[in-house]
Structures are given as structure tokens and as C-alpha cells.
Design a protein around this ligand. Structure first.
Ligand SMILES: Nc1ncnc2c1ncn2[C@@H]1O[C@H](COP(=O)(O)OP(=O)(O)O)[C@@H](O)[C@H]1O
Ligand SMILES: [Mg+2]
Length: 360
């Protein structure tokens, strides 16, 4: 088989980028399978935009290699310029030309091709995003969601190997975000595109992506399908950044058991070190009111569809339980708790700063 067919659509290895003293990307390792949507998820300032710009060729790495469809585009042998990388980019602010019509904005990405091909590619791209009737409009005559679709059409029109989207939903109001998110996923899948999108919003990453790469301080901590990431976070950072989690200190009590302040719990993965941390998701903690129960309710946050019950043990350990709206408990009540299903574990880190990613 041809090497290009077996290679992932995108591979980054040991990619580093500094600006003076500032380390924007410390060490980026990332594989994106062909045809998949990968979210690069991390807090503001962790290096997400820089990572996309490195992949697109708008920045040069200090060290490391970037390979697109089996072709090295940045590495020891130099760099392939951005315009020949076949990467489409959707910028955070969409970067549409305000004085050009929708059609001419999309056509702009096709410079250098012959006229007939440009017209056909523009028509197809506008059709793909459901905007063929809007070709003559100017960007300011469109809604935010429509501008987003035009930016996507412009990125897709040249038929890129890879589409990069930087915080694509951050300029939309909350009410529109969920529906536009679904649309964008449908469009990317219809185009059989390989895409990497950047977000700091975990819900966006979990709901839209096939794979989520969690990034902190210029490094990827873990890359996995959403449900795997949620069920088995590999570092404390991933556990706490993706979903709600209470992390309890523990000691190994056999390959698949851990002793914690709330007792011995079965684990989802093997407990490798003597000391390990257990991840408790609030939805896996059940509570039952009992007047002389060992656990005290310290607060209840009611959301309507569910509620978060804040709990404290005699030794001071705190954790949370997510409950349906029907449970009636108030601060000061005493309860029994039960953990449903196995818990995720990872080796205890001495300090939060030591919480570096564990190799795959
Ligand atoms: N051109 C630049 N010059 C100097 N520092 C930069 C530059 N671009 C990014 N940085 C710094 O690199 C870090 C990562 O930035 P960025 O990639 O924009 O993060 P994110 O997109 O995750 O918010 C930040 O500390 C930022 O200030
Ligand atoms: Mg950014």
C-alpha cells in the first residue's frame, strides 16, 4: 500500500514554538486520522492558535516535524510554504473581505485556477453549506451563523487535505451555538473532510469531535474519543478540565482496587503505583438520606433537570453527587453514599506542576 494511504492525515511530533522567552507550544504530539474531526481542547493561552498556525505554515516550529498526508511539511529538511500545503483555515473572526460578495469571498481561495473550475468549485462549496442563494450578498448582510458558513465554504472550496478551525463558534450567541455546531459537523462529514478545531469549551469538544486532544501549557495530555476521555482521564488536568470531577487520594489495594477516604473502590484501569488518585464523577455518586449517615450535605445547587449535592466526610474530604430533581435534601442533612461503577485512576503527582502527561 502507498505510504500516503496508511499515514494519518496529520502528524505532529515534538513540535515546539517559542516567542522570545514565551513558550507557546512546548512539545506537540498529535495524530489526526483521515476523515475525522479532532478537537484541540484547552484553556486560553495554552497554545492552541499557535498549534494551528504551525500546522497551516503561518509559523515555523523551532524543532519538530509536521506531516500532512504522509508528506513532511515542516522538519529538519525545511518547510513547505502555506499555499502549497492544501490546508483550509477558518479564522476565529472568519476574516471575510467586507467589500466582496459572498461568491467572491469563496472564489478568493481559488486564485490561480482557471475560471470555469473556480466558478464550479464556488458553486459546489456554497451548495455544501446551504448558501447558494446568498452569493450576491455582502458579509454584513448575513447573520453570524451564515458568515460562519461562508468562511467554511471558502476553506472547503479548494478541496483541502485538512481544514483547521480556530474557536469557530466563539462569535455566536449561546442560543445559536448548538445548532451551528451540528450544521458544521454535518457539512464537514458531507465533504469527507479531515478537520482540527480549536476550542476552550469542553461541551463543544465532546459533542462535535470524533477525537479530543486535551492541551495544557503547550502539551497534549491525552487524545481519545470523547467517551473514553471522560471515563478514563489520564492526568488530573484532563479529569478536572473535562467534565466535573472530584479527585480523591488513594492507595493501591490490588490491581483493580483502590482504598480512598470513602472506602475501597473498583477501578476502570489497572492501579500501577502504590499511591494513586481516584476520579469521581458526580453522576456516579448516589446518596441516600439517613439521620445518622456518615456524610454531611453542605450545599445543594438545583438546576431543574438535575441538582448537584455537595458532600463532606468526617475527615474533611469533599465530593459532589449529581441527582435527579426529585431528591429532597438540604444543607445539614446526613446521608449514606454509594459509588456506582468503577472509578478512573492515575498515579498521584507530588504537586500540580508535576502533572505532566503520561506517555501512551
Ligand atoms: N506572536 C506572538 N508573540 C509572542 N507571544 C505569543 C505570540 N503568539 C502567541 N504567543 C503566546 O503564546 C501563548 C499561547 O498563545 P495562543 O497559541 O494564542 O494560545 P490559545 O490559542 O490557546 O489561547 C500565549 O502565552 C501567548 O501570549
Ligand atoms: Mg487562540
Amino acid at each position: 500500500m502507498d505510504r500516503a494511504e496508511t499515514a494519518p492525515a496529520l502528524r505532529c511530533r515534538g513540535v515546539r514554538k517559542t516567542f522570545g522567552d514565551a513558550v507557546a507550544v512546548a512539545e506537540l504530539d498529535l495524530d489526526v486520522p483521515s476523515g475525522s474531526i479532532t478537537a484541540l481542547l484547552g484553556p486560553s493561552g495554552c497554545g492552541k492558535t499557535t498549534a494551528l498556525r504551525l500546522i497551516a505554515g503561518l509559523e515555523s516550529p523551532d524543532v519538530g516535524t509536521i506531516t500532512i498526508d504522509g508528506v513532511e511539511v515542516a522538519g529538519a529538511d525545511g518547510e513547505v510554504p502555506p499555499e502549497v500545503r492544501q490546508v483550509g483555515m477558518v479564522f476565529q473572526d472568519y476574516a471575510l473581505f467586507p467589500h466582496l460578495t459572498v461568491e467572491r469571498n469563496v472564489d478568493y481561495g481559488l486564485r490561480g485556477r482557471d475560471r470555469g473550475e473556480r466558478r464550479e468549485a464556488t458553486r459546489r462549496a456554497l451548495q455544501l453549506v446551504g448558501m447558494e442563494a446568498y452569493g450576491g450578498r455582502l458579509p454584513h448582510e448575513l447573520s453570524g451563523g451564515q458568515r460562519q458558513r461562508i468562511a467554511l465554504a471558502r476553506a472547503l472550496a479548494p478541496g483541502p487535505q485538512l481544514v483547521l478551525l480556530d474557536e469557530p463558534f466563539s462569535n455566536l450567541d449561546a442560543a445559536m451555538r448548538a445548532s451551528v455546531r451540528e450544521e458544521v459537523r454535518t457539512i464537514l462529514k458531507a465533504a469527507s473532510a479531515t478537520a482540527v478545531f480549536v476550542t476552550h469549551d469542553q461541551e463543544e469538544a465532546l459533542s462535535l469531535a470524533d477525537e479530543v486532544a486535551v492541551m495544557a501549557e503547550g502539551r497534549i495530555h491525552q487524545t481519545a474519543p470523547p467517551h473514553v476521555l471522560y471515563a478514563t482521564p489520564r492526568t488530573r488536568f484532563v479529569a478536572e478540565f473535562v467534565g466535573d470531577a472530584d479527585v480523591l487520594p488513594g492507595r493501591r489495594a490490588g490491581r483493580y482496587f483502590i482504598d480512598t477516604p470513602i472506602g475501597r473502590l473498583p477501578t476502570a484501569g489497572e492501579v500501577e503505583a502504590d499511591r494513586a488518585d481516584a476520579v469521581l464523577r458526580p453522576e456516579s455518586v448516589r446518596v441516600r438520606p439517613r439521620p445518622d449517615g456518615p456524610v454531611r450535605v453542605t450545599a445543594v445547587t438545583f438546576f431543574g433537570h438535575d441538582q448537584l449535592v455537595h458532600l463532606q466526610l468526617a475527615d474533611g474530604t469533599t465530593l459532589r453527587s449529581r441527582q435527579g430533581p426529585e431528591l429532597r435534601v438540604v444543607a445539614g442533612d446526613r446521608v449514606d453514599i454509594e459509588v456506582v461503577g468503577p472509578v478512573a485512576v492515575f498515579p498521584t503527582s507530588a504537586t500540580a506542576a508535576d502533572d505532566h502527561p503520561v506517555p501512551a
